[in-house]
Design a protein around this ligand. Structure first.
Ligand SMILES: O=C(O)C(=O)CO
Length: 376
């Protein structure tokens, strides 16, 4: 099944018949160049590789994504010689000279100075995922290494998880499932009433590509949409989803029934939502976080949930991840937590890999880089 999905979303194959909106858009933006073209240019430009050899990519440990991993490896292997961390460590001297790119699977593993020092020919770190807060961009850049990310592949699945969390929290889905399977409490009680998403006010904090996709979905639920962003969106974009700009975050917090966090984690957004901000929200409001855990002051959130300052929270991200077993957030019945699954779909993993491959090849071939991330 995962194989099929990867083929379906593969830009080149998608162009030969299978048509899916996402893959077609993706194909227009990111056509990975054919292996032979890539090989020629790279061979011409560097002495690191032998004639006809593919550039080497080091793939950091990517944990357990089961069958999908093979698909991901197959995608990478079309354009690169794949070197696992185990292989690298077993033959460091030879491998370290070969490696020109590192593929990072989302935010799990990070890149330290020691690794960079051991890779003299490294040119690019292709991060699979949009958030790069786990990477020390200044340090990486001081080695002359570029960093790229995958903003396009993540937007739809992450917006979907935002909607899923909003609906699940509003309608108390997790509690409902528990009630349905528990022999003692298999009937409905007034205590278990949820709140409605349809027609409610949604405040989106961070209206980048994911935030905008959330707004598109929320429109179908007839929601009133407010947003707060560093830069105001164009008038046509606002009108297309019926979103109203709040220059002050305070106004959004005071009016929203659901507040969804979709910002990048930066020094400016670290603990953006703390005691004061939670206190501005309606007692009937729900906080949804699909960005990074550290955007919220988690201790203040625990307190607000315990004291019913806000109705509930639905979090795909926390700090740390996962939370320790005895963390107070795990003992509250007005919280639902998912283990950072914004892009955990067969399709997203393959599309992120494709986007990362296109970025890495662009760097290695000296072409314009579709999604480079710069240190601030
Ligand atoms: O793309 C990312 O950085 C994500 O965390 C998606 O959930």
């Amino acid at each position: 099944q995962s194989n099929l999905a990867c083929k379906f979303f593969h830009p080149v194959i998608a162009s030969h018949g299978h048509h899916c909106h996402r893959s077609v858009i993706y194909k227009q933006r990111y056509r990975t160049h054919s292996c032979s073209a890539g090989r020629r240019a790279i061979t011409a430009g560097t002495k690191v590789m032998a004639e006809g050899e593919l550039p080497a990519v080091l793939i950091l440990d990517i944990g357990g994504t089961h069958g999908v991993l093979e698909d991901l490896a197959a995608l990478l292997k079309k354009h690169f010689q794949l070197i696992t961390m185990k292989e690298f460590l077993a033959n460091k001297e030879e491998m370290s000279k070969k490696i020109q790119s590192v593929f990072v699977f989302e935010c799990r593993p990070t890149i330290n100075r020691e690794l960079l020092e051991s890779l003299p020919n490294l040119k690019v770190i292709g991060n699979s995922g949009v958030g790069v807060d786990h990477l020390d961009l200044k340090m990486i850049s001081s080695f002359g290494v570029k960093v790229t990310n995958t903003p396009h592949a993540v937007a739809d699945p992450t917006a979907d998880i935002g909607m899923a969390l909003m609906l699940a929290s509003a309608r108390r889905l997790v509690e409902g499932c528990q009630i349905a399977v528990s022999p003692d409490t298999r009937s409905f009680a007034v205590d278990w009433l949820g709140v409605e998403v349809t027609g409610a006010t949604l405040g989106i904090i961070g209206m980048g590509s994911i935030g905008y996709k959330v707004a598109q979905r929320a429109r179908a639920f007839n929601m009133r949409i407010l947003y707060h962003n560093r830069n105001r969106r164009r008038k046509e974009e606002e009108e297309a989803v019926g979103a109203h700009y709040c220059a002050k975050m305070k106004d959004l917090l005071q009016q929203s029934d659901f507040v969804m966090l979709v910002v990048n984690l930066t020094p400016e957004t670290h603990k953006l939502i703390g005691k004061k901000e939670l206190g501005l929200m309606k007692p009937t409001a729900t906080l949804i976080n699909i960005s990074r855990g550290a955007v919220v002051d988690q201790d203040a959130l625990v307190e607000a949930l315990q004291n019913k300052v806000i109705r509930a929270a639905a979090l795909d991200v926390t700090y740390p991840e996962p939370l320790p077993r005895d963390h107070p957030l795990l003992n509250l019945n007005n919280v639902i937590i998912t283990p950072h699954i914004g892009t955990a779909t067969v399709q997203a993993i393959c599309m992120m890999a494709e986007e990362a491959i296109a970025n890495m090849l662009a760097v290695l071939n000296g072409r314009p880089i579709p999604s480079e991330v710069f240190p601030k």
